[in-house]
Design a protein around this ligand. Structure first.
Ligand SMILES: [Zn+2]
Length: 315
C-alpha cells in the first residue's frame, strides 16, 4: 500500500462511526457462559455487566423459563433465589407458579435486542400469566405470545386477567426487602392504588413504579448487593405510595410526547463500557453455540443417553 493509500485508509477508519465489532451488545450477546469468578454486579442497570452469574434452571418446582433459547436466564445468585421465591409465592396464591422472561445474558451487558437495562444480573421479567398444569412444552415456551392484562380498549385492566392473585403477588414482591423497584403499566399501579385506598400503611406501593409497556409482564429489580462494590446504586424510589401526582402524570400527554430536541442515544460500544466489563467480556470469551436450553436435572428427568449441557456453576 502506498503511503497515500494508507493515509486515506486511516482517515476513512477514523471517520467511520463506531465500528460494528465494537458494539457492546454484539460482544456480550455472543458470550455463551458466565465468568468463573465470584458473583458481582458491575456498573449500572443500563451500562454494566455481571461476573459469576448463576443460571435460573429452565424448569423449577414453581417456575418455567420462557424463550429459553435466548440464553438470558442468568443473574446474580441473589436474583435467582428471589425469582425462585416469587414462584413459591405465586403457587401459594393459586397461580401455579411464575413464567419467567428475561433475566440477563451470561455476563450481562447490553443485548442485541429487547432491553436497555437487565445488564447487571439484578433485573427479571415475570409474565402476567399463570403457570399451567401440565406445563408449557419447550416449543410453546418459544412461541407463546405475550398476553396483556389490559382490556381491549386499553382503558383499564381486565379483571379476569389482572386478578387479585397478581395484585397480591406484586404486594408480596414489593414488601420483600430484597426488591428495590417493580415496573408495571400505569393502569396496574392505578388499580393497586384504588384497591388499597384508606389502608393504614401502603408505603410499599412506592416500589411499584408506573412505566411504559409492562402490561404483559412486570419487571422486578433488586438493589446492589453489598458485596458488589462496583455496582452503581440507583437512588431509592421517592418516599410514599406514589399514588398521587406522580401517578397522575402518566395519564397526561407528557410521557407520550416525544421531545423534538432529544437526540437518540447512540448504542453502547465496548469502549463505553466500564473497564471491568470490557475485561470480563473478552477474558475467556466462548462463542455462543446453537441455542439450546439446558434442563434442571433435579426437576426434569433427562432422557437416557441424551447429554444435558450444564453451564459452569458459579463460584
Ligand atoms: Zn424487564
Amino acid at each position: 500500500m502506498t503511503r497515500l493509500a494508507l493515509a486515506i485508509a486511516l482517515l476513512a477508519a477514523l471517520l467511520q462511526p463506531a465500528a460494528a465489532e465494537d458494539l457492546a451488545s454484539r460482544t456480550f450477546g455472543a458470550v455463551a457462559a458466565p465468568s468463573p469468578s465470584p458473583a458481582r454486579a458491575v456498573g449500572s442497570y443500563s451500562r454494566g455487566c455481571i461476573a459469576g452469574a448463576a443460571p435460573l434452571a429452565i424448569d423449577g418446582p414453581h417456575w418455567q423459563v420462557m424463550r429459553a433459547s435466548r440464553n438470558r436466564n442468568w443473574g446474580h445468585p441473589a436474583l435467582v433465589a428471589l425469582v425462585e421465591d416469587l414462584g413459591v409465592s405465586a403457587a401459594a396464591l393459586g397461580l401455579g407458579g411464575v413464567l419467567v422472561g428475561d433475566l440477563s445474558q451470561p455476563r450481562g451487558g447490553p443485548m442485541p435486542y429487547g432491553h436497555a437495562s437487565h445488564q447487571i444480573g439484578l433485573d427479571a421479567d415475570i409474565w402476567f400469566q399463570p403457570m399451567p398444569e401440565p406445563r408449557f412444552t419447550e416449543a410453546e415456551r418459544e412461541s407463546l405470545p405475550f398476553r396483556t392484562v389490559l382490556n381491549a380498549a386499553a382503558s383499564d385492566v381486565d379483571p379476569a386477567r389482572f386478578t387479585p392473585a397478581y395484585a397480591a403477588l406484586l404486594e408480596r414482591a414489593a414488601k420483600d426487602a430484597r426488591v428495590e423497584r417493580i415496573f408495571v403499566h400505569p393502569l396496574i399501579k392505578k388499580t393497586m392504588c384504588a384497591a388499597t385506598e384508606g389502608a393504614p400503611s401502603r408505603d410499599w406501593l412506592g416500589k411499584i413504579r408506573p412505566w411504559y409497556g409492562h402490561h404483559e409482564h412486570f419487571h422486578v429489580r433488586m438493589g446492589c448487593p453489598a458485596s458488589s462494590k462496583a455496582c452503581q446504586r440507583q437512588a431509592p424510589p421517592p418516599k410514599g405510595d406514589g399514588c398521587g401526582e406522580a401517578l397522575a402524570y402518566w395519564f397526561t400527554p407528557a410521557p407520550y410526547t416525544p421531545d423534538p430536541k432529544a437526540k437518540p442515544k447512540p448504542p453502547l460500544t465496548m469502549a463505553g463500557m466500564p473497564r471491568i466489563c470490557r475485561l470480563l467480556a473478552e477474558a475467556g470469551h466462548v462463542a455462543r453455540p446453537r441455542p439450546r436450553p439446558f434442563l434442571d436435572q433435579a426437576a426434569v428427568p433427562t432422557p437416557a443417553g441424551q447429554a444435558t449441557p450444564v453451564p459452569p456453576s458459579p463460584q
